[in-house]
Structure formats: C-alpha cells, structure tokens
Design a protein around this ligand. Structure first.
Ligand SMILES: [Zn+2]
Ligand SMILES: [Zn+2]
Ligand SMILES: [Zn+2]
Length: 137
C-alpha cells in the first residue's frame, strides 16, 4: 500500500473524509524527492488552499506518518516518518534527514530533567553535519 493510500485510511478512521484537495496533498508528500517545506507543498499545489495543506500536515504529524525536522536557521522540513519517538541526523550539505532512536539518550535526558526539578513533556534532538554520501563526494 502506498503512503497516500495508508494515510487516507488512517485519516478516515479518525473521521476525516478523503477529499480531492487532501488527496492532492498526500500524493505531493508521497512524491516529494526529500524533506520538504510547507512552502514547497504550496508551490506544488497552487489549487489547494493554505489551510488544507497546514491542517493535513498537522494531522499527519499527529498520526506519526510525517515528522517535523527543525533546522538551525529556524525553519523546518517535513518528511515521511517511521513513526514513534526518534531523533534526526540532518545533513547540512544535501539536506538528507535520517532517523534514529536511542533509549539510553532518552533516559539521560529524563534524568537531566529530573535533576533540574523539571517536568519533562517532550524533547527533540537533531544532529547537524555531513552525511556519509556527502563525505564520500
Ligand atoms: Zn523524523
Ligand atoms: Zn548529505
Ligand atoms: Zn529522544
């Protein structure tokens, strides 16, 4: 099953009808060559309203089908996600984003929060650098 089909099913199970604009957003996401911005999607889908694009991305994030990757310049990219809590390796050269999870890191982060009397409600961890492919070039 393609991403767009799977996402349509998941959205329907939580009560969102499949509409033509929403299907257009899903297939644009599926066809994205790599991590994309909301602006990329809007440019790709001139006939789809801004609100629909934003709402669809938000729903996909809630369903963990798409994740948000914060960049150092304050912008964000989105990409299809494996789901579940994870961290990112972001290549500064080509923009590729790899995902990894590490329970030990999460445990240490929780410990740091506890040490500071801080009620941890979430965290995001991005590693910035050059990916293996770019290092080989
Ligand atoms: Zn991710
Ligand atoms: Zn790279
Ligand atoms: Zn974590």
């Amino acid at each position: 099953m393609s991403f767009a089909e799977a996402a349509t099913q998941r959205l329907e199970t939580i009560g969102f009808r499949s509409t033509a604009p929403r299907r257009a957003v899903l297939s644009a996401i599926q066809d994205a060559p790599g991590p994309f911005t909301i602006e990329d999607l809007l440019a790709e889908l001139p006939s789809v309203g801004r609100a629909t694009v934003f709402r669809t991305i938000k729903l996909l994030q809630e369903l963990e089908l798409v994740c948000r990757v914060p960049l150092e310049d304050g912008t964000a990219r989105y990409q299809l996600s494996e789901g579940g809590h994870h961290h990112h390796l972001v290549c500064r050269t080509c923009g590729a984003v790899a995902e990894f999870s590490d329970l030990e890191i999460d445990t240490r982060i929780q410990e740091q929060a506890s040490t500071h009397g801080f009620a941890l409600q979430g965290h995001s961890l991005e590693l910035y650098g050059r990916c293996r492919d770019c290092r080989r070039r």
